[in-house]
Design a protein around this ligand. Structure first.
Ligand code: NAD
Length: 358
């Protein structure tokens, strides 16, 4: 019998096509009267629409969210929230915008209502990140967990295919690592497996058929469950590697996750056979690493580090950085294995071929 600890995270979810219509009533339900709407500059129109829906409950819009929450942006947003006397933040966007909301909540305890428009899953986690002097620090704090999340697949309609594919793969990475987490538990494993099933069956249609709301709903549901998995249990090799590559070599977040995932799974395959069997079953394949790789190819996402800005000459340094500090992983993390993994990922080799060759 498995012994485990399970923590239930609080949160209210409204899910469905057209659910953005409930924004006003949900802000009211939080007891808020002065909502600060957050977005990236690119999503200003969606922020305007949210503010219009809120009417006199909208205090203002801060549209300067950017990737990885630079501390200067966080300070400016906190200041704007104070200046406007905001009593709630409505974050409409992907992980970058929701991350900005979290940076405000971390300091002030302001309740966040998140309206995700990508599949990153940040809205379901108490994890925040802040970047200062080029270094991203992450932490967990219950204050940053959004109080309410509105999932409306219609909002992902404008997500370009080249963002949607990697974003879905990024969500899959959370679910895959949750299955072999140090503190894995049966409840979260159910969510993780269902997440992989939902994303696996829908992501190709999301990318190819922008108007297919059934597929978008499925992917968003999978992203929710993947975010909940990330929020509940610890991550391992895949996330540590992506953090190192993203932070030290300035590679794009979701794309790095996409490229590394099949190789991290291959590295861990023999040490986490049950997790891999569940991943494979959920994807409808008989091998998890190749199933993940083939899905990335099917959705047109990048599969090679060389194609997303990584120089081959940096692989040694990356391997050293990624093995410097010990952390939990089902298979011990050692330099030569990680260096080989990075070589495969740099070329974009399909894992089964790698294993057959090696
Ligand atoms: P993002 O939020 O950076 O968005 C990428 C781009 O796509 C932006 O320009 C954005 O405006 C645009 N965009 C988003 N949704 C759109 C839509 N529906 N239509 C048109 N354009 C749209 O990307 P992301 O992958 O969602 O988030 C990445 C960030 O989130 C990273 O910093 C990552 O570290 C963080 N993250 C945090 C957690 C957590 O739990 N804290 C979880 C996952 C990701």
């Amino acid at each position: 019998m498995q012994r485990f600890t399970y923590n239930q995270l609080p949160g209210r979810v409204r899910f469905g096509l057209g659910m953005l219509d409930t924004l006003g009533e949900e802000v009211e339900r939080l007891g808020a009267r002065r909502a600060l709407v957050l977005s990236t500059p690119e999503q200003r129109a969606q922020a305007d629409d949210a503010a219009r829906r809120l009417g006199n409950r909208a205090a203002g819009i801060f549209d300067r969210a950017v990737m990885h929450v630079p501390i200067e942006t966080a300070r400016a947003a906190r200041e704007e929230a104070r200046r406007l006397g905001a009593d709630c933040a409505v974050a409409i966007g992907g992980g970058s915008t929701i991350g900005l909301g979290k940076a405000i909540a971390l300091e002030s305890g302001l309740p966040i209502l998140a309206v995700p428009t990508t599949f990153a899953g940040s809205e379901m986690t108490p994890i925040y990140g802040l970047t200062e002097a080029g270094v991203k620090k992450t932490g967990r704090d219950p204050r940053v967990l959004p109080k309410t999340v509105i999932y409306d697949p219609a909002l992902t309609r404008t997500l370009p295919a080249k963002v949607a594919g990697p974003s879905g793969m990024n969500a899959l990475a959370h679910a895959v690592e949750a299955l072999y987490a140090e503190d894995a538990n049966p409840i979260i494993s159910l969510l993780a497996e269902e997440s992989i099933r939902a994303i696996g069956r829908s992501l190709a249609a999301v990318v190819r058929e922008p108007a297919n709301m059934e597929a978008r709903g499925d992917a968003l549901y999978g992203a929710w469950l993947a975010g909940a998995s990330l929020g509940a249990v610890g991550m391992a090799l895949h996330h540590k590697l992506c953090h190192t590559l993203g932070g030290s070599f300035n590679l794009p977040h979701a794309e790095v996750h996409t490229v590394i995932l099949p190789h991290a799974a291959a590295y861990n395959a023999a040490a986490a056979p049950n997790a891999m069997a569940r991943v494979a079953a959920a994807l409808g394949t008989d091998d998890a690493p190749t199933g993940l790789y083939d899905l990335a190819v099917r959705v047109g996402a990048p599969v090679a580090l060389k194609d997303i800005g990584m120089a081959h000459g940096d692989l040694d340094a990356a391997a050293r950085l990624a093995t410097q500090n010990p952390y939990y992983n089902p298979r011990p993390v050692e330099l030569s294995g990680i260096r080989a993994l990075l070589e495969d990922a740099w070329h974009g080799r399909r894992p089964a071929l790698v294993r057959a060759a090696g």
